[in-house]
Every structure is written in C-alpha cells, then in structure tokens.
Design a protein around this ligand. Structure first.
Ligand code: PGA
Length: 252
C-alpha cells in the first residue's frame, strides 16, 4: 500500500509572518490526518523558522529547490541539500515546471539535484509534465518519458524508494484547468509503466506519483479515487490553511 502524500507548494508567496501564521493555522486542522503524509514547501529563508514552529506536528517541511552540488563549496547564491536537512527539511521539490521554464532547469540539472538530495537523506519530489502544445500534438507521453529517464538516470532501486514523482501538466498549473481524473490516471499509469521498465515492478509499485495542477478541495476526491494517483502537489489552494486542510482530509 502506498501512503498518499499531500504537499503544498507555497512558491514565492508569503512574508515570514504570513507563512508562520498559515503553518500554525494548519497544524490543528491536519493533526488527525494519519491516512497521508502532509508536507509544505515555503521559501528558503523561512524554512528554519517554519520547521521549528512545526516541531512535533505531523506536517513535514520541504524546500522548493536545492543546489546540484552536494559539497560545501564556492557556489554563491546556492543552498545545498545538506543545509536544507540541517534546518529541518525532510523533502525537496526538484524540477518544478516554473524552474524548468524560467530558470533553465534541465533534466540533467534535475538529475544532479536529485542525487544531491538523496545523498543528504532528503526525499526528492521530482516534477515532470508536458506543455499544452506538446499535449495537443500528441507528444505528452514522449515528453514525460524523456523527462523521467533524464531526471532519474543512474538512480538505483534503493534510491528510487526515496523519490516521489509529481506529474504536473504545465497547462493545468495555476490556470484553474485541472486534468480530468481520467487524463491524470492515464499519465500516472504511463509513468508507473515507465518506472517498471527502468527499475522493476516491485519498485515501481512502491513509488508515490502525485498529481499537480489546479488541485482544489472540490476535485481532490475524484483524483484520489484513481488507481495510480497517490497524492497531490498543490499550489494556489495550499496557501490558505482551510483549503489545504480540506485537501489533506480528502477522505473525510
Ligand atoms: P496550482 O500549482 O495548484 O496553483 O495549479 C501547482 C504547482 O505548481 O505545484
């Protein structure tokens, strides 16, 4: 049985006081959610404060990116996976489509960052997903497969057990246009089949594959009913404690 994961990606929203307020408001609302893992991803400079304030709760803290380089080194502006672990993170989002589109992230850099995250004992949430034009021209599966193979290149079976995949069709992010549960399930099934080809069925059966793209309290239940959807990576609807907690408590 795969334990679902509901992760909130706060992107570049919230000042520190707002982030603390939202995190504290979430705490009691998700405290009984034993059916899933709950993760929130604030910006780098809030991680230490948020993880301190959430200590002892069931909310885990994730970063939104990490450096490709694992060692402490001369890399101005970068933050290593080890540093994230050191301030209380358990997870890191890697290769989000906004980073791929606007910050030059490639499958190669995603691969390096994923390896760095694993070497620091973080769980890597590796994002993949096609653009609208790619879907319309029938290339969605090909694009996602290329992203998966490049991003996960060289990872062992035991590495894969510490990875979460997030499928986020770019056309559904922040647009209010969710993939239908059927569209999402088709791609999740394809992703799992690809992981079976690369790492075997025993491993692929264990990997959580999250859906992301306009997930809301109103659509989470139908998405979660699909066989290969093991949770969600939530942007906009994770910014408010109430809507995020409704998504977390999708089983209620
Ligand atoms: P959204 O963002 O839920 O606002 O569409 C999802 C994401 O970017 O992870």
């Amino acid at each position: 049985m795969r334990k679902p994961v509901i992760a909130g990606n706060w992107k570049m929203y919230k000042l520190l006081s707002e982030a603390v307020e939202t995190a504290l408001a979430m705490k009691p609302l998700v405290a009984n959610a034993n059916h899933c893992e709950v993760v929130i991803a604030p910006v780098f400079v809030h991680l230490k404060t948020i993880s301190d304030r959430l200590e002892g709760s069931n909310i885990k803290v994730s970063a939104q990116d990490c450096a490709p380089e694992a060692k402490q080194s001369a890399n101005t502006g970068e933050v290593s996976a080890e540093m994230l672990k050191d301030v209380g993170c358990s997870h890191v989002v890697i290769g989000h489509s906004e980073r791929r589109q606007f910050y030059g992230e490639t499958d190669e850099s995603v691969n390096k960052k994923t390896k760095s995250a694993l070497s620091a004992n973080l769980t890597a949430i590796v994002c993949v997903g096609e653009m609208l034009g790619e879907r319309e021209s029938g290339k969605a599966e090909e694009v996602v497969k290329t992203q998966l193979l490049g991003s996960l290149d060289g990872l062992t079976v035991s590495d894969m057990e510490r990875i979460i995949i997030a499928y986020e069709p770019v056309w559904a992010i922040g647009t209010g246009k969710t993939a239908t549960p059927k569209q999402a399930q088709e791609m999740h099934g394809f992703i799992r089949q690809t992981l079976t080809e690369t790492h075997g069925k025993e491993t692929s059966d264990k990997i959580r594959i999250l859906y992301g793209g306009s997930v809301k309290p109103e659509n989470i239940k139908d998405l979660m009913a699909e066989a290969d959807i093991d949770g969600a990576l939530v942007g906009g609807a994770s910014l408010e404690a109430e809507s995020f907690s409704k998504i977390v408590n999708f089983n209620g």
